[in-house]
Design a protein. Sequence first.
Length: 159
Amino acid sequence: MNPEIIKTELLLIGLETTSREGTVADDVHAQGELAGKLNLPARIPNQTDTGTHLVVLWNFHPQNDFQAMTAVAVSAVAQLPAVCRAYRFPMSEFAVFPIAGHMPNLVEPWPEIQAWYPKDRDANTTVIRKYYDAQRTGELWLPLEPHLKPVLEASGADA
């Protein structure tokens, strides 16, 4: 399977936490629950892809803490809810793989990704999952620049 290659910059607003490999699913689920309770998707202006949300992991390493974020993509940071942070991922190329199935039974194509991923590239520590909320399916984005990290643009009062 050859992925679609896109080049884009991402500006995200959402909830961030520090996680570990064994608890990341629970941590991301808790973020999603909190976002729902706070009605965050409806409260964040300038969304570029309404009806989607992103789950982003960076600094990932199985033995260490890493960052996890549940977010929406925006064109500008105009209003930042107090519990949120805004991060910018610089212009980069991403390999985009479809995620099979429908929530909650999504299947990520890791065997295909590992077969495709160029052997001469460093292992990537950033993973972006884009979920289409109405269709209950999604995509997996891998930056082709190893260890791509976002830049903190703004932080809410309580973040």
